[in-house]
Ligand binder design. Structure first.
Ligand SMILES: [Zn+2]
Length: 258
């Protein structure tokens, strides 16, 4: 009996300790620093966290999309209304802009939260200067289209599958979602549950190959266009948002205007 009571008290104490997992995280992750607003931070050793609702965060992100040259990424925790910067180094070349993620911080946040949303930005200033690789040698490289600005890249899609698979296997019942912010607005890209779960259960490298195929099929299967980024038109017409703009075998895309 005594043992049972002790165990009960121990579990109560533990439950209390778990009621604010993010306070614990702040201590566990002293590199993170509280800030007043979301920024694009190039210091690789410093990570900021901001207490904002999703709406407040998106409003600041839309400003960063319009003014910044480099990418940034965050984990937003809906239950806590807190944003954690997870982007490490960001760099660009003639065809892309990239961010390395602080993956250990991402896993910590996903592990202590019921649901997290992974946000990243596609900055307009840089997108305007980018081009896709030339189709034929010696021909001018085509500029990136508005649709390419607004949608997740093949790397974004692949990375989302790896992260979703990691969360599903290490933290059953927890959820990670993915959203990209561009001048057009926000696109949420979500792996389709049934096909994703089947592929995720396979061993590497079979899983890796299947993820690559899923990404290729998605990118090739897109059949809509963002035709005017300032008026945020899809296929030349205004759409109510949020709107599902693509539903494939492996991903669905939902578009929301700012
Ligand atoms: Zn991206």
């Amino acid at each position: 009996m005594k043992q049972t009571l002790t165990a009960l008290f121990a579990s109560l104490v533990l439950a209390q300790g778990c009621s604010s997992p993010h306070a614990f995280l702040r201590e566990l992750y002293p590199q993170s620093k509280e800030a007043q607003r979301l920024t694009v931070n190039s210091d690789e050793k410093q990570f900021f966290r901001v207490r904002h609702s999703e709406k407040e965060g998106i409003s600041e992100i839309s400003h960063l999309v319009a003014t910044e040259e480099f990418e940034e990424a965050w984990i937003y925790i809906p239950k806590e209304d807190e944003w954690w910067e997870i982007g490490q180094a960001s760099w660009k070349d003639s065809v892309g802009v990239y961010t390395a993620l602080n993956y250990s911080l991402l896993e910590l946040l996903a592990g202590v939260s019921d649901e997290v949303i992974h946000y990243h930005i596609h900055p307009e200033k840089t997108l305007r200067k980018l081009s896709t690789p030339p189709l034929l040698p010696g021909t001018p490289p085509p500029a990136l289209t508005l649709t390419e600005w607004a949608l997740p890249s093949d790397i974004d899609l692949y990375s989302s599958l790896v992260q979703s698979c990691d969360v599903a296997s290490h933290f059953p019942g927890k959820k990670i979602r993915f959203k990209v912010a561009s001048p057009a607005g926000i696109v949420e890209y979500a792996p389709v549950k049934s096909t994703f779960e089947e592929i995720c259960s396979r061993d590497f490298p079979k899983r890796h190959r299947a993820f690559r195929d899923a990404v290729n099929q998605t990118v090739l299967g897109l059949s809509f266009n963002f035709t005017d980024v300032s008026r945020k038109l899809v296929d030349g017409r205004e759409v109510d948002t949020p709107t599902v703009i693509y539903q494939g075998d492996y991903f669905s895309y939902t578009f929301t205007r700012y």
